[in-house]
Design a binder for this molecule. Sequence first.
Ligand code: UD1
Length: 332
Amino acid sequence: MAVLVAGGAGYIGSHISIELLNNNKEVVIVDSLMNSNEDVIKNIENITNKKVKFYSLNMINEDELEKVFKDNNIESVIHLAGLKAVGESVKKPLEYYYNNLVITLNLLRIMKKYNCNKFVFSSSATVYGQPKTVPIKEDFPLSTTNPYGTTKLMIERILKDLYNSDNSFRIVMLRYFNPIGAHESGLIGENPNGIPNNLMPYITSVASGKLEVLNIFGNDYNTKDGTGVRDYIHVVDLAKGHIKALEKIEKDDGIFVYNLGSGRGYSVLELVNTFEKVNNVKVNYKFTDRRPGDIAECYADISKAEKELNWKPTKTLEDMCRDSWNFIKNSK
Ligand code: UD1
């Protein structure tokens, strides 16, 4: 009996695969390697001293994906595969809708055919749009501001309809806040190609001299120091949340949704200052205009996940900054 991790060679999927293996689960990874490479699979195996079964394929190809279910006894699926760059999704909406929706539909149709009924979906805090208040709870109104976010919201709706039509499905939708950090081994982490969009990869690129200066998007927000506030969570804490989500649907029937964040808001400046302090490295920055579409503050109320999943993040902002930098130094 194996867990299929769709997108398991990616930043978050690779950390989830490690936690699964550490919990003695058999792991099958499917990944297109569009945003990753096969070394990640080797590193997962080196870290855990266990083997994973890996398929390099694009889930758009339903026949190839079905073969994975034919060849293996897949008991549950954690689905993280998809295109994920917000800015690119605005420029290429058709690609984002086609890819993210079709691969998910292929996966769910095959699961139904093979009577595989446990599904954990990687959703995002982006489905809360512009929240009126913080901290954000799971029952807040949902809306989106870009095609990437809309694919997440559409998939959540598809999952609800699927569950309503077939109660044998057991589904958890996890709304991630801002995952950063890396595995403590320094062997896997986030190292995107090209110019990064998100804050932590940008900080590490400036710290390593790849980029000259970090643009801090706005210092006139109504926040503690004027810069944007987000809920950064260590990727290993986030990965552990998936193990708890699987345990939940091994035990209980239903469809569930949980925020996964640290439950705390940190400003851009706090993150930059902490990064400089714990790593003893300089990050050049300057203040620029606000980034269109950004909100002042976004952080989670995580009490539902704490109570129902018996999960609690344990890593500090210092841990996140140290581990992010350790991975980059190690991969140079
Ligand atoms: C972004 C996406 C969100 C997605 C998430 C995935 C947007 C508008 N939102 O969230 O939909 O789910 O990534 O990880 O793109 N910042 C800077 N300078 C930079 C980069 C970021 O000052 O070069 C600031 C931002 O203004 C923000 C904070 O850092 O206050 C975090 O930004 P980012 O890492 O891009 O994440 P989100 O915008 O929260």
